[in-house]
Design a protein around this ligand. Structure first.
Ligand SMILES: Nc1ncnc2c1ncn2[C@@H]1O[C@H](COP(=O)(O)OP(=O)(O)OP(=O)(O)O)[C@@H](O)[C@H]1O
Ligand SMILES: [Mg+2]
Length: 240
């Protein structure tokens, strides 16, 4: 469970202060697939990087199972962040001169001699086991994004963070990726995802709409995807 309490994030550019996240409080429970939508520039990526401990926060608290993520006194937190969080971005940054399997397993090799075995089984669950020994330049965008999911899952994270994971994919590949997310969530994986697409958001179990640094709508989603799309379109019609 991740708990956000009075989160504020202000960027400082020169002597100008830019408040981006404003007093956000919410909880994301372990079994949720929460989706964040909102206009470009409203603070979605900033929210993701604060809540996942990648960015400093200005004030407030982020608690992961009652441990404060931004407590600098707690040196173990760095490792906890590495092991408990998985990240997928719009443009997944694969290292070109490592194979797909090596990319996937990299962050686990240092502490687990069986990392490659787990990596292969993750690639198999994404239906790309045949790509294990290829290099990133030899696989398609959709395949690369599947590999990025495998890489994000390699440390068996408590939470998977995904910032526009399907933005650079065609409709078919995007739906495939969302089916994988849905399946992971049904198996208990907590996911927090940002998207601009109602169709993609409709795979979630919760929709959160951000405007100007606050969540002004936050609703559960049902299992009927078509109904979800309608509901989400209605929620965002004034802003997107
Ligand atoms: N490092 C930074 N320094 C200063 N301002 C920043 C920084 N990063 C983001 N911002 C500003 O903060 C605001 C929110 O940015 P953010 O990237 O979180 O938006 P977003 O909702 O993810 O947008 P998009 O949908 O385009 O990805 C924007 O006005 C942006 O210009
Ligand atoms: Mg963004």
């Amino acid at each position: 469970m991740i708990k956000v309490e009075k989160l504020n994030k202000t960027y400082q550019v020169g002597d100008k202060k830019i408040p981006v996240l404003k007093d956000i409080s919410l909880t994301i429970t372990d079994n949720e697939f929460a989706v964040v939508m909102g206009e470009s520039g409203c603070g979605k990526s900033t929210f993701l990087s604060c809540i996942s401990g990648l960015s400093e926060i200005t004030s407030g608290q982020i608690l992961l199972d009652d441990l404060s993520l931004h407590d600098k006194k707690n040196k173990a937190m760095e490792e906890i962040r590495l092991k408990k969080f998985g990240f997928i971005f719009q443009d997944n940054y694969m290292i070109d001169n490592l194979t797909v399997l090596e990319n996937v397993c990299m962050s686990r090799l240092q502490y687990d001699p069986n990392a490659y075995e787990l990596g292969r089984s993750l690639l198999a669950s994404m239906h790309i086991e045949q790509l294990a020994d290829k290099y990133p330049s030899q696989v398609s965008g959709g395949e690369k994004q599947r590999a990025a999911i495998a890489r994000a899952m390699i440390n068996q994270p408590d939470i998977l963070f995904a910032d526009e994971p399907t933005a650079s994919l065609d409709h078919r590949s995007a739906s495939d990726i969302m089916e994988i997310f849905k399946h992971l969530n049904e198996q208990g994986q907590c996911i927090l995802m940002v998207t601009h697409s109602a169709q993609i958001a409709a795979y979630g179990t919760r929709i959160m709409i951000m405007e100007d640094g606050v969540f002004y709508q936050d609703e559960p989603l049902g299992k009927d995807r078509k109904a979800n799309v309608e509901k989400i379109r209605d929620m965002v019609k004034d802003i997107l």
